[in-house]
Design a protein around this ligand. Structure first.
Ligand code: KIV
Length: 288
């Protein structure tokens, strides 16, 4: 995929501002379903610079509530607020031109009622310019998914291991080990898909569950710790970049950023202490 963008100077009433190459749309994502479709690529992004770097390579950027742990050092995603999501969502939209930006609804902002969910989702879309929201949960959230979808808010579902429910689940282990739990996860995904979700994240489940859901639901599935047979994949960018020493089994490290940042900081510290930084190229010498 090309990583350069051209300015599209044509305007219309629907798009009154000339913009960089046209962004993908939710309906275009929704059509990427099935073994013959090109797999969907999604990564998390929380900041403008990360968004700029990931955008050319991704179909979707997820402003995940995992930012609570990754950016803020919180113990889980439970304390994340709507304000945090809005601030980071706006930064990611500013840093991207190509990918559909999906923003997580934080815990407590949508579960009470479809009306509460609509107000929170509308706030996020208005304040950020993101195209869609993601929410966790299955059958119990289906009426909310329908309520939002029918009112102009595209919803991505999230089933299986749902981190916002850590206090109920008791940890972050893989889900669906018993037949009953596997059947419940399939029923959750089916309910969310039937309610109008345009895509569903399947996280941390036994692989046959992910394959079955992918075959049964009409919308694309996005796997994380699920199966290569899902319609797409997502990872937390900092995990796959190797920023953390310990990660879940399903993370593949494509870089060792922790090691490289540490080495760069060590080199800088050494030069400062040896008074070899700044060198001649980094100072403003007096005029001859
Ligand atoms: O918050 C997040 O980053 C997520 C992904 C792990 C799917 O929900």
């Amino acid at each position: 995929m090309s990583t350069t963008f051209t300015i599209d100077t044509a305007t219309s009433r629907a798009n009154p501002t000339p913009s960089l190459a046209r962004r993908l749309t939710v309906p275009a994502i929704r059509r990427r379903k099935g073994p013959d479709a090109e797999p969907l690529v999604m990564l998390t992004a929380y900041t403008v610079r990360t968004a700029q770097l990931l955008d050319p390579h991704c179909d979707m950027l997820l402003v995940g509530d995992s930012l609570g742990q990754v950016i803020y050092g919180l113990p889980s995603t439970v304390p994340v607020t709507l304000e945090m999501m809005a601030a980071h969502g706006a930064a990611v939209v500013r840093g991207s031109h190509h990918a559909v930006v999906v923003i997580d609804m934080p815990f407590g902002s949508y579960e009470a009622s479809p009306q509460q969910a609509f107000e929170s989702a509308a706030t996020l879309l208005k304040q950020t310019g993101a195209a869609a929201v993601k929410l966790e949960g299955g059958e119990a959230m289906a009426p909310t998914v329908r309520f939002l979808s029918e009112r102009g808010i595209p919803v991505m579902g999230h089933v299986g291991l749902t981190p916002q429910a850590v206090n109920v689940l008791g940890g972050y282990g893989a889900r669906g080990k018993s037949d009953a739990e596997a059947a419940k996860i399939v029923a959750d995904a089916t309910a969310i898909a039937d309610a109008g979700a345009f895509a569903i994240v399947i996280e941390g489940v036994m692989e046959p569950i992910a394959i079955r859901i992918t075959e049964e639901v009409a919308c694309p599935t996005i796997g994380i710790g699920a199966s290569a047979r899902c319609d797409g994949q997502v990872l937390v960018a900092e995990d796959m970049l190797g920023l953390f020493e310990r990660t879940a089994r399903f993370v593949k490290r494509y870089d060792d950023m922790a090691g490289r940042i540490s080495a760069a900081a060590e080199a800088y510290a050494g030069e400062v202490r040896a008074r070899s930084f700044p060198g001649p190229d980094q100072i403003y010498p007096s005029k001859p």
